[in-house]
Design a protein around this ligand. Structure first.
Ligand code: ADP
Ligand code: MG
Length: 690
């Protein structure tokens, strides 16, 4: 082992801070903003590899500071570590400029207020190449980065081949410009007369969005706000603009600032996507601008080398509150749309209002019920939950498939039918949806909307808290119903889960029949089973078109099951139940009457996607005996993962989706799905007597 030379260490560190040209631009623009500039102009040559030049009209850099300006860890923004807790400036590590000098040639021209002339000086590897030279200068600072990555051959080569660096830079400047509306920005290619972004300082956010993203975005926006001010658990303020039902785009644009920092937050983005996909399937790729302000001490800005991500205290709760707000505002603003399956009738609104009236103090997410003392607050895991899904499954966008497969006339016909004006032949789905509405139990609805997940009581019952009451709820029943309702809401608008290996229906059905036989413990006739499997396979092959168009269940010409629908985002069903599901499609669906056909298929899907207990016994409970007997370590590990995953899904997918989407039917009040087990008031009364 030997100690690396400092120059090597610095270059390695620099490669991490400055990953691509766009990261250098971000650092430079942030420096300009930190210097209170009101005008920032950017010029780029060769995607940033040849030249990045950022000029501002900020306060400039003092002559005395120039010698150490580009040394590592020199900054004017931070003195002691504690300052980080309240840091308002975007920079604080004093690393950006230094890093740039290790991977590029940096020239700084600057003038501070009241000076007659400015100075120009070039840097390499952290130090000045010569004494600062006096020169003419206009107010502010101009920084030129030339020949980026000149000494990192591999990176330069990969970047040279990528054409989109300039686009990334333009996108970045647009984002800054939407947020910092009191600063004017411009960005152009070197030598080009035309700018690709040009904004003037304004006081109206909408005007800024209009001038950057165009009127097609700005005319379809809804203003959203949310806030919480409970010092013991949650303090934040959110303001933003989100697109409405008329907006449509190929991909989601999410411009997020947290405490004025441009950041990404996967959890929040996904949460918003989920709401759009469920509420406005047609406009499911939204435009979102959002600014969240939190007490500085609740944000850890020092978790990512390029400060792209920040870590928040109570992230989950914030995400949840924002999600609920967006959902309700989307629904309320949805009056101009004529797409019936997602429309909220006046009845629902009244119901919402009355729940609010009766409980003026309840916050929209029900977060009141869970107060956490400040000293117990923890950071939550923002890692991408999708990573835990079964590895052999992948989500693919249905749109992609559409592009690939040839558009047959049949698809056109279906699309026409989806057109709101011609939905007459889908009244059956609307009827099924209004059946759900009319059967909804208003008290249970209030419970699911405002409940807090406590934990699992056993394999099927979960504990939910609602205000001062504790309920045992049957997860299987709830998830079955939720999936059923979501199938109808997403009807014909599903994304797809692609099976990596298409599964032959014939074998699936044979498997299911064998399992049934095991259950009933009687030996059946093999010939008969073959016949049933054959007939069912033929039947499903015949119905493939309908299954694919409306339910995204894709069966290929050879009779293999290839795709399944995404019913809840971030959730894939347990594939152990595929055989049973396929058999159920063959046996239990009524193919004659449209309404009951859709209803039975949706119910079959609901049953398949429901969160049944895994087949392996639960190692956390009595099931452990099973593994001791078998002494099968691998099986035990597998069982542990499956059960933990299921519980994670219940907490993070089922309960939040249930809050948003489930309309619990009246039957659930009496069939054991909801059982009240305790109420705080009564407990207090009992204890008072003691
Ligand atoms: P940091 O921003 O973390 O302090 P940088 O390496 O980005 O570190 O910048 C080092 C210092 O250089 C800053 O603290 C600031 O004082 C000064 N500086 C950089 N860019 C500018 C600018 N455009 N205008 C004024 N001062 C600047
Ligand atoms: Mg900086």
């Amino acid at each position: 082992i030997h100690r690396l030379e400092e120059s090597v260490v610095n270059r390695i560190a620099a490669g991490e801070v400055i990953q691509r040209p766009v990261s250098a631009v971000k650092e430079l623009v942030e420096n300009s903003l930190d210097a209170s500039s009101t005008s920032i102009n950017i010029v780029i040559k060769d995607g940033g590899l040849k030249l990045i030049q950022v000029s501002d009209d900020g306060h400039g850099i003092r002559y005395e500071d120039l010698p150490i300006l580009c040394e590592r860890h020199t900054t004017s923004k931070l003195s002691v570590y504690e300052d980080l807790q309240n840091i308002k400036s975007m920079g604080f590590r004093g690393e950006a400029l230094a890093s740039m000098t290790y991977v590029a040639h940096v020239t700084v021209t600057t003038i501070t207020g009241g000076q007659l002339h400015g100075y120009r000086v070039s840097y390499r590897d952290g130090v000045m190449e010569h004494e600062p030279k006096a020169c003419a200068a206009v107010k502010g600072t101009q920084i030129m980065i030339e020949n980026l990555f000149y000494n990192m051959t591999a990176r330069r080569k990969t970047l040279q081949n990528s054409a989109d660096d300039y686009a990334k830079i333009v996108d970045l400047i647009c984002r800054f410009a939407v947020h910092h509306i009191n600063v004017s920005f411009s960005c152009r290619k070197h030598g080009a007369a035309r700018t690709d972004v040009h904004t003037v300082a304004t006081s109206s956010r909408i005007d800024a969005i209009k001038s950057i993203y165009g009127v097609s975005v700005s005319r379809d926006l809804i203003e959203v706000t949310a806030s919480a001010n409970d010092p013991t658990c949650l303090v934040f303020n959110m303001h933003g603009y989100i697109s409405n039902s008329n907006y449509s785009a190929k991909k989601m644009t999410m411009v997020l600032f947290i405490n004025d920092r441009l950041v990404e937050c996967t959890a929040l983005k996904r949460a918003i996507e989920v709401v759009y996909a469920a509420t406005l399937p047609k406009a499911s790729k939204p435009f979102v601008y959002m600014s969240i302000i939190l007490p500085p001490e609740h944000v850890d800005v020092n978790v990512h080398p390029t400060k792209r991500e920040v870590s928040l205290l109570n992230q989950e709760r914030i995400v949840e509150t924002v999600q609920t707000t967006i959902e309700s505002q989307l629904r309320c603003s949805n009056s101009s749309r004529a797409f019936l399956p997602q429309q909220v009738g006046p009845k629902d609104l009244e119901q919402k209002k009355s729940t609010k009236d009766s409980e003026p103090n309840s916050s929209p997410s029900g977060s009141k019920s869970q107060k956490v003392p400040v000293n117990k607050m923890v950071r939550t895991d923002s890692k991408d939950p999708a990573g835990r899904m079964d590895a052999y499954l992948q989500d693919i966008s249905i749109i992609k498939q559409k592009e690939k497969s040839s558009l047959s006339s049949m698809r056109c016909a279906v699309r026409q039918r989806r057109n709101p004006k011609e939905t007459a032949d889908l009244t059956s789905v609307q009827e099924l949806l209004s059946d759900i509405d009319s059967k909804c139990h208003s008290d249970l609805l209030d419970i699911v909307k405002h409940c807090t997940y406590v934990g699992m009581a056993d394999d099927v019952m979960a504990l939910l808290q609602h205000n001062t009451r504790l309920y045992l709820v049957n997860v299987v029943n709830l998830s079955k119903e939720l999936m059923y309702q979501q199938v109808l809401r997403r009807f014909a608008h599903f994304n797809a889960i692609q099976l990596s290996d298409p599964a032959p229906l014939y074998e699936l059905i044979t498997m299911a029949l064998k399992e049934e036989e095991l259950d009933s413990e009687c030996k059946g006739n093999d010939h008969l089973k073959e016949k049933i499997a054959e007939m069912n396979t033929d039947l499903l092959k015949q119905k493939a078109e309908l299954l694919e168009e409306y339910f995204c269940i894709h069966i290929d010409k050879q009779g293999n099951l290839c795709r399944l629908p995404v019913i809840l985002d971030q959730y894939t069903p347990n594939m152990d139940h595929v055989p049973e599901f396929v058999l159920c499609l063959g046996n239990d669906v009524d193919w004659e009457d449209e309404k009951s056909c859709f209803q039975t298929i949706s119910a079959a899907l609901g049953n398949f996607y429901a969160m049944h207990p895994p087949l392996l016994p639960n190692p956390a409970g009595e099931g452990l005996q099973f593994y001791k007997k078998e002494i099968d370590h691998e099986l035990l590990v597998e069982a542990e993962t499956t059960w933990t995953q299921r519980e994670w899904c219940i907490q993070h997918v089922l309960v939040p989706s249930m809050r948003l989407f489930l309309k619990p039917p009246k039957s659930m009040a009496t069939n054991g799905t909801f059982v009240q087990v305790a109420s705080l008031e009564k407990l207090y009364r009992i204890f008072e007597r003691c």
